[in-house]
Design a protein. Structure first.
Length: 428
C-alpha cells in the first residue's frame, strides 16, 4: 500500500530572506548560464544545496545545510504538515490554468511491489550523483513528481477548503508560473488524505533518478540500523502530488535533435522512411504544425536542411509493428510515438544503438519547437524530429504494464520549483 505522510519541513525564514530570491529549478534543468545567475541572485539560494558549483559540492552542500539550520535561515515547522501548492501559468495556447497539488513525503518501495510505478529508464551516472548528495546531507532538497487518480477531484476540494487562509510563499518562478504555497496542519484532514492513498497506485511523472536514489539510500540506512522499524524519516522521499484527472494537467512534447550520423544513413533515410510511414513533404512550418495537430498520436514531423532552406516532412505511421519483432517491448509501449521513433527511425534506419540513445551520443533534446528548428537551421544538428505530447492515459498504461518508455517521453509543465520545503532524513 502507498504510505503518504505529512512532515515537519524546513522552510526558509521570511525574516531572513525574500522567497523570490531563493527558489530554483530542479537540478537536471539548470544550464550553466542559469546556474551562475542563481548563484549571483542570493548567497542562500536553494541551488547552493541542490547543485553546488564548488568542486567538493557534496561536502559543501552538507556544510550549508547544517549552517543554514543553525543560523535560522531555515526553520523547521513545529507540527507535521502537507504543503498545498498551486501553480498558475499560461499555456502555449494562451489559456491561463492552475495546476493544484501538494508536497508530502512518500514511503519508498521497490517497483516490484507495484505501488509506485515508473515510466522511464534511468542512468547510473545521474543516480550516483544524487546518492552522493543524499549520503553527505541526509536530506531531500527537491521533490519528485507523483501522479495519482481522483476522478471526483475530492482531494483537490479538500485541500482548498482546509488549507491555511494565507499562503506562506508567493513566488513567480523562472517559467513565469505563479506559485502559491499554504500549510495544511489539521489532524483529521491529514488523516483523510493519508487514508485516501492507502489503496492507490502512484505514478512517477518526473524524478525517476531521485526516487531510485531515495530507495537505495533507505535500504542502505536500514542495513546499518540494528533498530530499524521502517518508520524512520530515511524511509521516505519528499514528493509533489497532483491529480492526473485534473483538466488543468498539461503535458508538452520533447523534441529530438540528431547529430553525428554517418552520411550514408542520412542518404538512405528517405527510402527507409517509406517502409514504415506515409511520407508527406509539406510547403511550410505552419503546414507541418497543422499536419501534426490532425491526430494526437501516430504522427511525427521532420525538419532538415535542403540546400540553404528548411524542408518540412510529415510522417504517419502505417501501423506495421513487425519492426518490433524480436524485442520484449509490449503492445502498450510499441504504439507510443516515442517508441516508434526510437525503435524504427533511430535504431533501425539511423543505426543509433540503444546505448548511444541512453548516453545521448547522437541525440539531444529540446522542449521548445522554435529552438529545435533553429538548431537545424544553424547546422548544429543534421535533422530534428518534432513530437506531439504523450497522452497521460498512455503513461498509465505503460506503468501498469511493468515496462518503461524511452527517455524524455513526457514533459509535465510547469516544473515544480526547489526551495519550498526541505525534508530532513535524520528527523522524525
Amino acid at each position: 500500500m502507498a504510505v503518504v505522510q505529512p512532515f515537519k519541513g524546513f522552510i526558509y525564514n521570511p525574516a531572513k530572506v525574500d522567497f523570490q530570491d531563493i527558489t530554483c529549478p530542479p537540478y537536471d534543468v539548470i544550464n550553466p548560464k542559469m546556474h551562475q545567475e542563481l548563484y549571483e541572485r542570493h548567497p542562500k539560494n536553494a541551488v547552493r544545496l541542490e547543485l553546488p558549483m564548488e568542486e567538493n559540492r557534496y561536502q559543501i552542500a552538507a556544510e550549508r545545510w547544517n549552517e543554514w539550520r543553525k543560523d535560522k535561515t531555515l526553520v523547521q515547522d513545529e507540527r507535521p504538515a502537507i504543503y498545498v501548492y498551486d501553480q498558475t501559468f499560461v499555456t502555449k495556447a494562451g489559456k491561463t490554468v492552475t495546476r493544484k497539488g501538494f508536497l508530502a513525503r512518500l514511503k519508498t518501495q521497490p517497483f516490484a511491489d507495484k505501488v509506485v510505478m515508473p515510466h522511464e529508464r534511468t542512468l547510473a551516472k545521474a543516480k550516483t550523483d544524487r546518492l552522493n548528495l543524499f549520503m553527505e546531507t541526509a536530506a531531500n532538497f527537491s521533490p519528485i513528481f507523483i501522479l495519482y487518480r481522483d476522478p471526483s477531484l475530492s482531494i483537490d476540494d479538500l485541500l482548498a477548503e482546509t488549507r491555511d487562509e494565507v499562503p506562506f510563499m508567493d513566488v513567480t518562478d523562472y517559467q513565469g508560473a505563479h506559485n502559491l504555497v499554504w500549510r495544511l496542519k489539521s489532524g483529521p484532514v491529514l488523516e483523510k488524505i493519508q487514508s485516501y492513498f492507502t489503496d492507490e497506485r502512484l505514478y512517477i511523472a518526473d524524478g525517476h533518478h531521485r526516487y531510485e536514489t531515495a530507495l537505495a539510500y533507505s535500504e542502505l540506512r536500514a542495513s546499518q540500523n540494528p533498530n530499524h522499524t521502517g518508520n524512520e524519516a530515511y524511509n521516505f522521499v519528499m514528493a509533489y502530488f497532483t491529480n492526473m484527472d485534473d483538466p488543468d494537467l498539461v503535458v508538452y512534447p520533447t523534441h529530438r535533435l540528431v547529430h553525428g550520423i554517418d552520411a550514408a544513413h542520412l542518404t538512405n533515410l528517405d527510402a527507409s522512411l517509406k517502409k514504415a510511414f506515409e511520407v508527406k513533404v509539406l510547403p511550410s512550418e505552419a503546414d507541418l504544425k497543422s499536419f501534426m495537430a490532425e491526430s494526437a498520436t501516430g504522427k511525427l514531423g521532420i525538419v532538415r536542411l535542403k540546400g540553404s532552406d528548411l524542408e518540412w516532412i510529415g510522417l504517419t505511421f502505417k501501423g506495421d509493428f513487425s519492426f518490433f519483432a524480436g524485442t520484449d517491448i509490449p503492445d502498450e509501449v510499441q504504439k507510443l510515438d516515442v517508441s516508434i521513433l526510437h525503435r524504427i527511425i533511430f535504431r533501425q534506419f539511423l543505426d543509433i544503438s540503444q546505448e548511444a540513445q541512453d548516453q545521448q551520443i547522437n541525440l539531444h533534446y529540446s522542449k521548445d519547437w522554435a529552438e529545435t528548428v533553429g538548431e537545424v537551421k544553424s547546422g548544429k544538428s543534421q535533422l530534428a524530429v518534432l513530437m506531439n505530447p504523450t497522452p497521460v492515459s498512455s503513461v498509465v498504461e505503460v506503468c501498469n504494464s511493468g515496462h518503461v518508455m524511452p527517455q524524455k517521453s513526457t514533459f509535465f509543465y510547469p516544473k515544480v520549483i526547489t526551495g519550498i520545503s526541505f525534508h530532513d532524513l535524520n528527523g522524525e
